[in-house]
Design a protein around this ligand. Structure first.
Ligand SMILES: NC(=O)c1ccc[n+]([C@@H]2O[C@H](COP(=O)([O-])OP(=O)(O)OC[C@H]3O[C@@H](n4cnc5c(N)ncnc54)[C@H](O)[C@@H]3O)[C@@H](O)[C@H]2O)c1
Length: 454
């Protein structure tokens, strides 16, 4: 007995050199759990790099549509998926008993907040519990979902090690944050460097080798917690800087100074300044949510994240500021805001995407209606408002046409999202009043007394 143990201690259960060689030869099979805005582009990037990819999702209709060659994402052509399926390089499944098949499993499931603004790790935990019974020697598991420092080590590792397998010896655990920027034509998945943190040196080497096959550059860091912190830092940086320009917008507007003109001039400084732009409030699955993952974790150390809280407060107030400006402008035009008709332009949370998660436009619509005005919307990418977390009452509203008679029928058009394919000249020529939260009219070379910036 004693001598057996002596022989086994420290002996690698897995031939790491062989695994590394198979990764570099692109001979391993990759599993991706969560086929959404992150998982689908990642799957296609892996296919393009020459890997076999098996995608997992709990949403059976999504799985079926992917297998029929639909991309499900506006900016990803169907043909990319169709070709990968046709050539048998990509398959989607809702059968999680197949999780033993891939050699590397990349987790891309949602990480939202609960209604008390606390991390909702239920998707990540559920995923870990379905992986665990299939986990086998030599498997690499990487969490890509945005989360607080410590998640991989404190939440995932214990679930996997409860199987009796040991991290760093039998299986290899890593965290590599997803930096996908949906709709960004300059930076697709493979063009964005990938930060990688491993649970131990073998996990880091393996995960780093894997991502080196997929993206332009990897950035190895010393731990999974560091990699988790990198992602939160990037998004907190954005949230805080957006709050700053939103605050400056309000101050400068009171002084008759145009924040967009200020930023355009300030960004000519070749160092020490980076432009961020104001808007009607924060939206999307990341920036309004991720910072609060750190806030929650920081409480464990009795530390208050005051910048995050303050940025959250300022950004949350922006829709109220915008609706006040709108109401003021409508009133000034001689029409009482109560009883007026408003056309909101753009309900996606940012331009050129069909994603409206956490979009401030929904809050704007509710605030406009709360003040007794009527509101419709136009969005070229969102024909109908789907079910959302906080605004159930808006579900089912449909986008109206954007033509001259429609525009003229409203008391004001409120530009909330600056999609590139909207004809802003048509808007300005036909609307009675345009309230622009994105500086879209000025960027289209349009000016005039009927445009109010907000
Ligand atoms: N969308 C972005 O731009 C972006 C950018 C960077 C990072 N992220 C992060 O990536 C993660 C995923 O975000 P997303 O935008 O792709 O989400 P998404 O909602 O678009 O996709 C998530 C997918 O996971 C599936 N899913 C949910 N629970 C599951 C489970 N238990 N097992 C298998 N599949 C499950 C859902 O059906 C859905 O298809 C989040 O942590 C997010 O913060 C997103």
């Amino acid at each position: 007995m004693g001598s057996d143990r002596a022989v086994n201690v420290g002996a690698p259960a897995v031939d790491i050199a062989d695994l590394l060689a198979r990764i570099q030869a692109r001979k391993i099979r990759i599993g991706i759990i969560g086929l959404g805005y992150v998982g689908i582009p990642l799957a296609l990037t892996a296919v393009k790099a020459g890997f076999q990819v098996l995608g997992f999702d709990i949403n059976a209709p999504r799985v079926a549509r992917l297998n029929q060659g639909e991309s499900l994402i506006k900016h990803v052509p169907d043909e990319y998926v169709a070709q990968a399926v046709r050539e048998q390089k990509f398959e989607a499944t809702a059968d999680f008993s197949r999780l033993g098949e891939p050699d590397a499993i990349l987790i891309c499931v949602p990480t939202p907040l609960t209604k008390h603004q606390e991390p909702d790790l239920s998707y990540v935990e559920n995923t870990a519990h379905v992986i665990a019974p299939c986990l086998r020697e030599g498997q690499i598991v990487v969490l890509e979902s945005t989360t607080y420092p410590g998640t991989t080590d404190e939440v995932l590792r214990p679930i996997f090690e409860a199987t009796g397998l040991k991290s760093g010896k039998d299986f290899f655990l890593a965290f590599s944050p997803e930096r996908e920027d949906p709709g960004n034509p300059d930076f697709g998945t493979s063009a964005i460097p990938k930060v990688v943190g491993g649970d131990g040196p073998a996990a880091l080497a393996l995960a780093d080798a894997l991502y080196s096959q997929l993206v332009v550059k990897t950035v190895p860091v010393s731990s999974t917690a560091t990699a988790e912190a990198v992602k939160l830092t990037e998004n907190i940086f954005r949230a805080v800087n957006i709050a700053l320009v939103n605050e400056l917008k309000v101050v400068y507007a009171a002084m008759g100074v145009d924040i967009w003109e200020v930023i355009d001039a300030a960004k000519t400084k070749p160092f020490g300044f980076m432009p961020f732009y104001p808007g009607p409030g924060l939206g999307g699955h990341c920036i309004p949510i991720d910072p609060f993952y750190l806030t929650w974790k920081a409480r464990e150390y009795d530390i208050a994240t005051r910048f995050i809280e303050l940025a959250g407060q300022i950004n949350t107030r922006m829709p109220y500021y915008v609706v006040n400006k709108l109401a003021e402008a409508v009133d000034k035009g001689g029409k009482p805001f109560t009883g007026s008709r408003i056309l909101l332009l753009g309900v996606a949370y940012k331009k050129n995407v069909d994603d409206m998660r956490e979009s401030p436009s929904l809050k704007l619509m509710e605030l406009i209606e709360a003040r007794g005005a009527q509101v419709d919307y136009h969005d070229p990418y969102i024909p109908e408002i789907p079910r959302t977390r906080k605004h159930a009452d808006l579900m089912g509203r449909r986008s109206v046409a954007l033509d001259a008679p429609t525009l003229a029928a409203y008391d004001a058009v409120l530009i909330a999202t600056d999609h590139d394919n909207v004809d802003y000249r048509l808007v300005v020529d036909n609307a009675r009043l345009v309230v622009d939260t994105r500086n879209a009219c000025a960027r289209a070379g349009l000016s005039g007394g009927r445009i109010v910036k907000a």
